[in-house]
Design a protein around this ligand. Structure first.
Ligand code: IPE
Ligand code: IPE
Ligand code: MG
Length: 261
């Protein structure tokens, strides 16, 4: 994936094209994680029910998945439903699940065409059997793809993930002297994956809302006021360009600007 791949999905002469041409493909973030927020506010601004914001947000998911794959991002993780989101009205939760099911049905071919591997992170066992089946089909059908890994965080909680990891470490009989950060990471949902380099949050909130707490230790955070349903490839490109201007120090000094692949 390269400049040509992204240019083939943006309009010639557009702002996206100009942004894409500024990207340094040698220094792409390997893992991009996104807190997709602001669907409710987007709908409220239009005097629509909240679920209309979720519906509109699907187009943003399509844009970001395709844009990231074309750019050559290694891993994309989208936060779709948190363990805390069950607090919402039942009708909103069931619409979110329905939209997810529809997205998977409609987009499976796009995922296959773009060589994307799909994976769920979170407590999938607490989702309805119907949704679980749909998710498994998408995971199985894309399992041999070798391009971008697309994690969807569903019924995901960062603290829950850490507690679950500790429980499994104990039940595996891992001895304290054999435990280090690397080993601990192997017990998380993201085992074997690089940590996010870039964390994007839409709708202006300056918080992490229980997302990838362990993994974002040194992620560069980029927050935009844009609401998720308005997020497009242009915004993704802006985030990547901002990331490429950061100086990642990892607690040290004088590191060269942004460590890429
Ligand atoms: C994000 O939008 C979608 C999910 C959390 C599922 P919200 O529904 O949180 O929208 P706001 O934050 O209320 O605007
Ligand atoms: C974070 O958004 C969760 C997802 C994007 C799935 P929320 O809207 O649930 O987060 P808070 O409540 O604003 O922290
Ligand atoms: Mg929100």
């Amino acid at each position: 994936m390269s400049l040509q791949d992204i240019l083939s999905v943006v309009e010639a002469g557009s702002e996206e094209e100009a942004l894409a041409r500024q990207v340094n493909f040698e220094r792409l973030p390997v893992h991009v994680a996104v807190i997709m927020d602001g669907n409710g506010r987007w709908a409220a601004q239009r005097h629509l029910p909240r679920v209309e914001g979720h519906r509109a947000g699907i187009e943003s998911v399509r844009e970001v998945v395709e844009g990231s794959a074309r750019l050559g991002i290694g891993v994309l993780t989208l936060y779709a439903f948190s363990v805390e989101n069950w607090k919402r009205p039942a009708a909103e939760v069931s619409t979110l699940m329905l939209l997810l099911k529809r997205y998977l049905r409609l987009e499976l071919n796009t995922l296959l065409r773009n060589n994307i591997r799909f994976r769920v992170i979170g407590r999938a066992d607490e989702l309805s059997p119907e949704i679980r089946r749909e998710l498994s089909v998408a995971e199985e059908k894309t399992s041999s793809n070798s391009g971008m890994l697309f994690n969807i965080a569903l019924n995901y909680g960062g603290r829950a993930e850490i507690v679950e990891a500790v429980r499994r470490l104990i039940s595996d009989g891992v001895r304290p002297e054999n435990l280090d950060e690397q080993r601990f990471g192997d017990y998380l949902y993201t085992a074997g994956q690089p940590d996010p380099d870039l964390l994007i949050r839409t709708s202006g909130e300056m918080r992490v809302s229980n997302f990838l707490l362990w993994q974002i230790a040194y992620a560069e955070i980029w927050v935009t006021d844009t609401l998720w349903p308005d997020f497009r490839k242009r915004d993704l490109l802006e985030a990547i360009l901002a990331y490429q201007k950061r100086n990642r120090r990892y607690g040290g000094i004088n590191q060269p600007a942004v460590a890429g692949r």
